[in-house]
Design a protein. Sequence first.
Length: 399
Amino acid sequence: MNNQFALSTQQLLEIANDLRQKIETGLQNDGTEIKCLPTYIHPKKDGIKGDAVVFDLGGTNFRAAIVSVGEKTEITGLAEKDITEMKMEGFTEDDLYNSQAQTINQLNIPKNCPIGYCFSYPAKSLTNGDAELINWTKGVKIAGMAGNPIGGPLVKYLNEKTNGSFNKIAVVNDTITSLFAGLMNPGYDAYIGLIVGTGTNMATFFPSDYIPKIQDLEGWSGETPVNLESGNFNPPNLTAFDAEVDNNSDNKGFQRFEKAISGMYLGRVFRAAFPNDGLDINLDAAGLSKMMNNPEQFKLEYVETAFQIYERSAKLVAASIAGLVMNLNSADPSVKKIQVLAEGSLFWSKVKTHDTKYVDIVNATLKELFAEGGLGDKEVQISRIDNANLIGAAMSVLS
Ligand code: BGC
């Protein structure tokens, strides 16, 4: 069947090269397409000990947990809540804190326990560990929070309105928590944190002297964790369907890569491909999986198209990893073995069509791109760790 979502190796390499260049620009200046947001934490792999309470605000859920880090890392309490209400019109900052407090209060948290807050939206890290929201993504639009710190006001709310007693908080992106958790697997020359779920994004470490825009920062050196915000990449070789999805979104012109790749948008790409079929506006990535897993219940054309969109998503993710590996190579050509710690339900999914695992498409495409893109000496290992976000958030505040 004709594949309107096909991308040749050459096109994928164009995408990889474009991302590589835009990452360089983002390392030079603020406010660029690829934001490259530095995080001012040096994560420790060894010698961390203690309890942290961890908050995790994702695209769909809010979780609170108590994590004990020692010889063994243990999660000793966990509370969770569906937080899609965040996307509703009129939902306020106070509503958010109130909703978070309800979840947090279910746990028995020791007094003055430090907080590691995994926050899955673009935020500018401050040197005191907090971070300022730049803008919401993934359909959230709570008014009045952009430009303000995320952690401080939540701590204040919890201390004043509940019986919480907190002071220290570190706010980090979910790609940064994955990146940190990935350090538990030693022996790699470089590390990447990747999320492909409701949204998408990557983070890595760059040597501080490779990041021109932080050269004036006093007292900071070594490796800097950088949250790329690669979901905002506007790559070449997207289709008219992607333009349609973008036009109908509430953040037109932004998060173009995310809109071609992530779980929140795949159903919309599919609907754009069948504009006259009156498809359910709630069709999402789970709906596409249903088609691929129950082919006898759907038109062949639907099943094949769902697969083409799924396959393209994985190939685009591979192209973005290849682009970032090009940057890591420029920063240090001796880098050979790279671990990608990947999180997200779409990334670790599999479908019945051609008996396919998403990660297998990513690995196969990476091989091709490395061979064709002059990166033949690089080796990527894609890994997963249970509760990576919770562990990485605890590492952030206990390091
Ligand atoms: C956000 C990122 C986040 C990613 C994955 C994107 O929409 O901008 O900060 O890392 O989703 O959760």
